[in-house]
Design a protein around this ligand. Sequence first.
Ligand code: ATP
Length: 292
Amino acid sequence: MRISVKAPAKINLTLDVLSKRPDGYHEVEMVMTTVDLADRVDLTLLDSGEIALDCSASFVPDDMRNHAYKAATLLKERYQVRQGVRIYIDKQIPVAAGLAGGSSDAAATLRGLNKLWNLGLSLDELAELGAEIGSDVPFCVYGGTALARGRGEKITHLTSPAACWVILAKPPIGVSTADVYGNLRVQQIANHPPTEQMLRAIRNQDFALMCDSLGNVLEEVTLSLYPQVRQIKELMAASGADGVLMSGSGPTVFALVQKEGKVHRIYNALRGFVKDVYVARMLGGSETDVLA
Ligand code: ATP
């Protein structure tokens, strides 16, 4: 028996850091939404009880370092499942890019194995387990649009934002989330994003206000480390993007546009500059179901 599960990328519409906690994590406030750039996770039942993993991108780890492998191991041990699984990840989301690809693979594995192993767990239960793997996994379990607080695991579901196109560009560098947070001076953050205003923009499906409310406090850190990221932002803005922001800890930058005609202009401008450019739609609502 085999099932395939979609693992969509997320983008941050806002990312704020409120404080550094005694446990070493940062207290964050982020508005996140899924886009239709997605990995596909195939899960094949193994009677042997073994967990095995392969990924189409050979540089992604295929052992316990892989978030999807961790998810399967956690579920198997916690619920004493006898059966095993062969996991295959068809990687479409760029790696170490600020798009939560690994977290989304873990979340897809949790949702898929819940069906394949007949566990009957709720999404809330899967999200709680996911928090043990990584801070972004609970959001990825639900997908859609949400406000994430705490270290990212406390989720408040939001309605879909105004429909729009998302053009993503990733310069040829991998950014370590830990490094970016390590270089952030929380007391010195000058511009916190207007989170309340973003929530209003989403509630009212106000595209212009959504573009005005974009903000990410990690941007300054990553921009100072990697000047190419700033160049991509400037190129997107100059090519007619309505809103531009770096996602997560970067280095992926995205542009939001509503008019389809602008998509091609921005895409073509970027392709002259970076190889990894993607055009996606905001998913808005949750479309994280098992495919087949
Ligand atoms: P986030 O936005 O949550 O910080 P990211 O998009 O920046 O995530 P990932 O693509 O999840 O980063 O990859 C970060 C690291 O995790 C990579 O260096 C990779 O080796 C490791 N990793 C573990 N599992 C996976 C996976 N399933 N897919 C991609 N990378 C994975």
